[in-house]
Design a protein around this ligand. Structure first.
Ligand SMILES: *Cc1c(COP(=O)(O)O)cnc(C)c1O
Length: 607
């Protein structure tokens, strides 16, 4: 049941990649003569990739639990035996020996060969032979449950290789010349003069259009355009979120969210005081002084640590983060407390409210279906900005609308009422790092924060409200990677249903594990045993009832080599967190392994 419709995990891990039987990825003979071309660069890259995939598949079988004698044939024989899939036995962490070997292979200052060019072939052989075995198999393992990381869908990896091959810099949007009847507004005279210098409607890449297509599809996938039931078909052509861009991750998206929030609330106050000062133009201090602003606070409930970092980066400081969670359910936003804080607006205290849509320890949500409209009207009344940190939580909106997920849908309902939203591509969407998403309802605020002033040679604004904005003016970087392509590829390849199925498998596995932990004599389900499974998303938080075992539980689990988890603290005591985020999830297979490992550890049996 648990395979995604269009991609078979077994196929990608078991693919016969090479006819070589030596098992030595460092061997420099071409393992697959069919790929030989006449171009040395192409040859090198093709062979590098073949060797990489070959090394990955052999790494799978080395040092694995009990299948040291495994080889390619063995692998094939068991291709369809779910419980014996190689991915099932794959060691998640590198061995101590591999780590030691890798560390001792690093160049040492003072050695005669230090910084002596080794050449591409030898260098690549070093990467595969010494470094690869010392990395963790995060993206390759179906049971890497540390942090919230995700894996990489094969089609996303393929798209990312294309991005690397072309080293596409997505920087300035040069629109196509307006076609007949495109409705583009008349150019002003000044612009016309500029165009004569550069040539009319100059375009040099489709990348910005692809990026925009990916962002629009994401907005529709997540039902964020505020129009229900139209499935994105026949929807109006200008979705909300005219300020939309890809970032390096949710941290960068949170930086943009706080920067935009700060810009909007402070400038509005400065304007009300009759001044023309802005944060972007005059700086935070001058704009706050002009508006009589004493403080800008960030109201949230169990905000992610990156939020404090973002607050530091945008000049608000860690201390600006104020927790207004519901007592006993600290991940939930206490709207009464929020209102009390917003009222301080008349003392010159301005607020940005950050909704933790998916709290990172518990996976629970700050708001419910009725909260967001209330929060929106409070923010409007008191001049506050609403930012959603939905790094992984936002994707609950793409789950099927079936009974088992209705509770989660209620948790993420109304998030489209926010001023800005942060999400991660490299977590649940399973595209490679670095991939984050930032959406903003107010393009002018985003461009005010991010535009490059006095750089006329980069200007390309067409002045059309429905146009694609230059990436340059809506994000942190100027030169930047074509991060959109892997997302575009995943959306195209999986479609709404494929992505819904992938997310469902993550949630259903988390719930299987949660039910096991809840019913176990040895473990305690956190934050509360009384919670319903329906409120479980992709994270399971728990601890061992035996305090001694609890101290070492994370290490014991990871020492099993069968799965990887990360530790956290809950109410001052150690706890284990399982975050299910890989497309490779197989509910039945993985639940069995997790239960086996947790049971064996609890009863002191080897696993
Ligand atoms: C992971 C995460 C972040 C940070 O995202 P990065 O991708 O690591 O930059 C922010 N908020 C939440 C809720 C997260 O889970």
């Amino acid at each position: 049941m648990a395979h995604p419709p269009t991609t078979d995990p077994a196929n990608t891990t078991d693919m016969p990649i090479s006819t070589s039987t030596t098992g030595t990825p460092a061997a420099m003979n071409n393992p697959n003569p069919e790929t030989e071309t006449t171009d040395p660069e192409t040859d090198f890259l093709l062979q590098s990739y073949i060797r990489l995939r070959h090394a990955i598949s052999t790494k799978t079988h080395r040092g694995g639990d009990d299948d040291d004698d495994d080889d390619g044939q063995h692998q094939h024989r068991h291709h369809h035996h779910r419980h014996q899939q190689p991915s099932d036995r794959r060691p998640v962490l590198p061995t101590r020996e591999a780590l030691a070997a890798a560390l001792s292979s690093l160049p040492t200052r003072g050695s005669p060969s230090y910084l002596e060019g080794r050449g591409a072939a030898q260098t690549h052989a070093h990467l595969l032979a010494a470094l690869l075995p010392a990395l963790n198999a995060q993206a390759l393992s179906p049971r890497y449950y540390g942090f919230v990381t995700g894996g990489v869908l094969p089609v996303a990896e393929a798209a990312d290789n294309l991005v690397t091959a072309l080293d596409q810099n997505v920087q300035v949007h040069f629109p196509l010349p307006p076609g007949p009847g495109s409705g583009a507004p008349e150019k002003e005279e000044e612009e016309e003069e500029e165009e004569e210098e550069e040539g009319p409607g100059w375009t040099h890449s489709a990348s910005t259009a692809v990026e925009d297509a990916a962002l629009r599809m994401l907005i529709d996938l997540l039902h964020l355009d505020g129009e229900e039931d139209d499935e994105g078909k026949g929807a109006r052509t200008d979705p909300r979120w005219p300020g939309r861009t890809f970032t390096t991750g949710a941290t960068a998206s949170n930086v943009l969210g706080l920067a935009c929030g700060r810009e909007a609330v402070v400038n509005a106050r400065a304007a009300r005081a009759g001044g023309k000062k802005t944060v972007a133009g005059d700086g935070l201090l001058a704009a706050c002084l002009a508006g009589g602003v004493r403080e800008v606070q960030v109201l949230t409930s169990m905000g992610h640590s990156s939020l404090a970092k973002a607050a530091s980066l945008v000049g608000l400081g860690h201390g600006s983060i104020k927790d207004v969670g519901v007592p006993g359910e600290p991940w939930r936003l206490d709207l009464d407390a929020v209102e009390r804080e917003l009222e301080r607006e008349d003392e010159g205290v301005l607020s940005i409210v950050v909704v933790s849509a998916g709290e990172v320890n518990t996976g629970r949500f700050a708001t419910n279906v009725l909260d967001m409209p209330k929060l929106r009207s409070l923010a409007d009344r008191y001049g506050a900005w609403i930012h959603v940190d939905g790094a992984f939580g936002l994707f609950a909106r793409a789950l099927p609308k079936t009974d088992e997920f209705l509770g989660l849908h209620a948790n993420v309902a109304g998030l489209e009422l926010a001023d800005s939203i942060a999400a991660d591509g490299h977590k649940l969407l399973n595209v490679p790092y670095d991939n984050g998403i930032f959406l903003c309802q107010h393009a002018s605020v985003l461009t005010q924060v991010c535009s490059n002033p006095n750089a006329a040679y980069l200007a390309s604004s067409p002045g059309d409200p429905n146009a694609i904005l230059s990436p340059l003016d809506i994000g942190i970087e100027n030169s930047r990677r074509f991060r959109a392509l892997p997302v575009y590829a995943v959306l195209l390849s999986e479609g709404r249903e494929g992505i819904a199925a992938m997310l469902s498998r993550m949630v259903l596995l988390a719930r299987e594990i949660a039910a096991f932990v809840r019913d176990s004599d040895h473990y305690e389900w956190l934050p509360t045993e009384e919670a319903s499974l329906e409120s479980t998303y992709i994270i399971v938080l728990f601890r061992a009832k035996d305090p001694e075992l609890n101290e070492v539980l994370v290490d014991r689990i990871n020492a099993s080599g069968r799965m990887f988890v990360s530790g956290t603290k809950w109410e001052g005591k150690k706890a284990v967190r399982i975050a299910v985020a890989s497309w490779r999830v197989d509910v039945e297979r993985d639940a069995a392994v997790v239960k086996e490992v947790l049971t064996a550890i609890a009863v002191g049996r080897k696993c």
